[in-house]
Design a protein around this ligand. Structure first.
Ligand SMILES: [Zn+2]
Length: 259
């Protein structure tokens, strides 16, 4: 066995210690939220986004799809629905204090985590010069035995993770972005929403009302359904898991990226 192979073998056998203390408020002040569909962000981190905006963070939401498949109404066209959903998202962002919106307009339901999407996300990361990213969980296929995770959620989450490391911070990835004047930036922190392995619970007791109000702006999706009671129930369950417990919370898997 060569020294190099021995070193790599040892590196793999040594346990990676969890030395990072998950942070309820990020270290960075510019936060980019990357989600697949209009309204995904509100379900996953709407209360947290509003809380961080209150704490002085500048927040950008990147919605990857146009949301054009989100209706069974035969009288609704995909084009009309896409426009409706953009205005619904803007109204929701205003309530939460999210000041920037980027729509990548991928066809709803058709997302694959290819290099084009990775490049588009690196472009958004470098344009906004963010230090913190919130995205969905690329590893989840199933929630319990009743819900299959939407393939767009996994695809967008995969592309987001592959964009933020190492491509966003390395100038040799996508040199065409340098020609656009976009300098690399290393992401410091990642918050994974809807993870099966949460380790941080953000107290959203002061923002739960705004989260619900933001979700109500997505009228094309909510119809007559009031999301309030269910969101309060879910957020209360998460609040009870926090130490110390709070009335309402949202949970995340937290990563502090080294290097
Ligand atoms: Zn979705």
């Amino acid at each position: 066995m060569s020294d190099k192979v021995a070193d790599e073998k040892q590196a793999h056998e040594e346990p990676i210690e969890d030395v990072v203390e998950p942070r309820e408020i990020p270290l960075g002040k510019r936060v980019l939220l990357i989600f697949a569909h209009p309204d995904d962000m509100e379900f996953g981190c709407g209360g947290t986004a509003a809380r961080w905006a209150d704490e002085g963070c500048e927040i950008c939401l990147c919605v990857v799809t146009d949301g054009s498949s989100g209706s069974d109404d035969p009288g609704m066209t995909p084009e009309k629905l896409a426009e409706t959903r953009k205005s619904e998202q803007l109204a929701a962002n205003k309530i939460l204090g999210i000041s920037h919106l980027v729509n990548l307009d991928r066809p709803d339901g058709m997302v694959v985590p290819d290099l084009d999407l990775r490049r588009d996300l690196v472009r958004v990361i470098r344009q906004f010069q963010t230090e913190v990213i919130v995205c969905q969980d690329p590893s989840v296929y199933f929630y319990g035995n009743q819900y299959i995770n939407h393939p767009d959620h996994r695809a967008v989450a995969t592309a987001a993770i592959e964009a933020l490391f190492p491509a966003a911070g390395n100038r040799n990835y996508f040199p065409e972005l340098l020609e656009e004047g976009l300098e690399p930036i290393k992401i410091q922190e990642v918050y994974i929403s809807n993870s099966r392995e949460p380790d941080v619970w953000v107290d959203t007791s002061s923002t739960i009302d705004r989260k619900i109000e933001a979700l109500r702006q997505h009228k094309s999706q909510m119809g007559d359904w009031d999301p309030g009671p269910m969101l309060r129930k879910w957020s209360a369950e998460d609040g009870a898991k926090r130490t110390p417990p709070v009335d309402y919370a949202e949970d995340f898997r937290y990563m502090k990226i080294e290097g």
